[in-house]
Design a protein. Sequence first.
Length: 170
Amino acid sequence: MIGILLIVSLTVFLAFTFASGVDVRLNDPDMAVLRIKDDIIPHRTGLGKSSQIVKLEMLNGKGLRVSDIQISVKIVRNGEVVASEVCSGFPVERFRDARCSGDDIIDKSNLGKRVLGELHLSGDGLLVPGEWIGFRIKSSGIVLEEGDVVVVSILNAESGLPVAEVTRRV
């Protein structure tokens, strides 16, 4: 008798759910196609304001709210990860305002929209095709050498699922 009541209750619940138009589909994960916009100049080669800057340009995909992403940066040297950092809490005026954990390799000084792109507070907070986000790897965190590989992953901040990953050899 109890089994029959449970089956009837489940049937009524499911019928109501479908009849009410509740969307029971899982949301498609955000996906984006990004590329590292320019060459990454090693510190010794580009001493000054142009060295160790990483800019990621969105080529395709639906817009990403920068408040919904985490940026994971790994530096690989001779096949080994030698430094990494993960940051979230965008948009920001300077990277110091973001929530970061790891090896403290990202420059936290006031780099402005010129480097941060849509991560900066003055942007609209939405990364769409043709726009970019950026950061600088600080030389006091790690000095990039020719042959190093920079791996940048963009993750959904809530789920931790990957949205995009790009790799560039210095």
